[in-house]
Ligand binder design. Structure first.
Ligand SMILES: [Zn+2]
Length: 263
């Protein structure tokens, strides 16, 4: 039974990934994410439903448009698979619950933000601002989001502190980095993104997210430079590292490690 449910949640996840791909492509261009239906950006031919199945269609079409043979970016496959895998992980961790649903929205926003940042070096305000608002509202109506707290006000406070701490600390790091390195070390989008993480996960997870993101950032940047995918002077967006760290913090929530931190 669990296996059937797991497969089902993975498939639902890949469909959400398909939607995420639409957002990643259209949001930075200021286009509607609802209309028109998917089309090939090269030949403008509409993509029929049977060519739009998550993961499967990409494999069947060998990553090419059916009509003009234009290469489809591997990002489509990667995002669908990643969203499927994370949806499944959330289900295995939280079961069918309100928490699952809330964190699913959170993780989906992180995926969309990350890939927009990778491709366009920007983090769209519309996602992070609505994320901050939604995180705070949900903290109040569903205090279980910030595990340690039982009352609505305590949970809301944790969310607020998360926003302040998330936004504030990165702003200070960015400011100091600017003074030391004489160039922009941290984009304004990163600051808002960490504020959103704080709203959803509470202030304790903000520390964890900063720690994991700088760790992941250093290691992955070094690997990218070593593999010559990026040059030392290239700008490497920080949003994806923050998102990765936020997902790690999310799954870490409630573990003994965090209990060391002040309540
Ligand atoms: Zn085409």
């Amino acid at each position: 039974m669990n296996i059937i449910l797991s497969i089902l949640f993975f498939i639902v996840g890949t469909c959400l990934g398909s939607f995420a791909n639409v957002c990643i492509y259209r949001l930075p261009k200021g286009k509607s994410i609802i209309w028109p239906p998917s089309f090939c950006p090269k030949c403008n031919h509409e993509i029929f439903w049977y060519d739009n199945l998550p993961l499967i269609s990409f494999l069947l079409l060998k990553g090419k448009c059916r009509f003009c043979q234009e290469k489809i970016a591997s990002r489509y496959f990667i995002v669908e698979f990643l969203t499927g895998a994370l949806t499944l992980s959330l289900f295995l961790r939280f079961g069918i619950s309100l928490e699952f649903l809330i964190y699913l929205i959170f993780v989906l926003s992180l995926i969309i933000v990350s890939f927009i940042d990778i491709e366009n070096f920007l983090i769209p305000d519309c996602i992070v601002y609505s994320g901050i608002g939604l995180g705070l509202v949900l903290s109040f109506f569903y205090p279980g989001l910030h595990l340690s707290s039982s009352s609505r006000l305590v949970a809301l406070k944790s969310g607020f502190l998360g926003v302040l701490l998330g936004g504030g600390s990165l702003f200070i790091i960015g400011y100091l980095g600017g003074l030391v390195f004489k160039k922009e070390a941290m984009g304004g989008g990163d600051v808002k993104l960490l504020a959103m993480v704080g709203a959803f996960l509470g202030y304790k997870s903000v520390f964890l997210t900063i720690f994991f993101s700088s760790l992941a950032g250093s290691i992955i940047s070094l690997i990218l430079i070593f593999l010559k995918i990026k040059k030392r002077t290239d700008y490497i967006p920080y949003g994806p590292y923050l998102a990765l760290a936020a997902v790690i913090s999310l799954f870490w929530k409630g573990h003994y490690f965090l209990n060391f931190l002040i309540d």
